[in-house]
Design a protein around this ligand. Sequence first.
Ligand code: ATR
Length: 292
Amino acid sequence: MESSVITGKTRICALIGDPIEHSVSPAMHNAAFRKLGLDCVYVPFRVEAGKLAQAVDGLRALNILGFNVTIPHKVAIIPMLDGLDQLAEKIGAVNTVVNDGGNFRGYNTDANGFLQALLERGIEPKEKEVVVLGAGGASRAISYILAERNAHLTILNRRLELDWAEELAHRIYHDFEKEVRVLELSSECLAAALGGAEILVNATSVGMSPNSQESPVPAELLRSDLVVFDIVNNPVRTRLLKDAQAAGARTIEGVEMLVWQGALAFEKWTGQKAPFDLMRKETIKALEGYED
Ligand code: ATR
């Protein structure tokens, strides 16, 4: 049954972030609600950094079903929640909140969204040499779940002076007793790191529209025995992925992680299995609408 009529019983899911104008999550989730005939809608709200606490109070008062959290609120929201899933606590970032009988509980579905996208392609990161580019919010979730899965990690970041990468490496060492190599994101370090690598993950924003001609990795360093996962999802096929494909490598698009994190959030809010293929189709359609 398909339903798109708002009734007196309609439950609301939201997205809070800034900016959110180009978010494709409303297209993904509303298509899924319609497909399953659920009396729910998903609405984006632009919430400025200084208004987060007010917004969370408002969502509480409105008895919202659940919501997604995006840049710049993924870390700042933590003290405003009533509880945290263990993985979200370890990563130190929340992208999904569930209203559990009036208690707001935070989760991080970015991490498992990334892992599911890999596993779905038959790629098991356990004991593999994995190079992760970037040490920001996305990299934290990805690196943490990879370490938990027992991958061997090298993290390369542009600005080592910020200590983000070192801090991430220490946290992983503390939790899993796993050494993480931290290097500068330069051509020389990339060449050294990629030498023995099996999986390369771009968790920087390099290559994102409107800079879609840029790639974080010189094409000549890409090889046919690499799996290349680019979390940039706009454009859907980034320059890095095109170069990797030309080198004969297997490629995974960022849209896969985007849809998996959405599907995992959907299942937490509704208790129902997410219609994954439809969500992927609607997400790609919406992303292609934004491409330059
Ligand atoms: P997100 O939540 O999407 O991860 P973020 O926390 O702002 O966003 O992190 C962005 C990542 O992309 C960082 O690792 C950033 O590197 P710095 O720590 O040096 O800023 C990386 N990044 C962004 N632009 C970059 C560029 N032009 N070259 C290399 N790295 C870049």
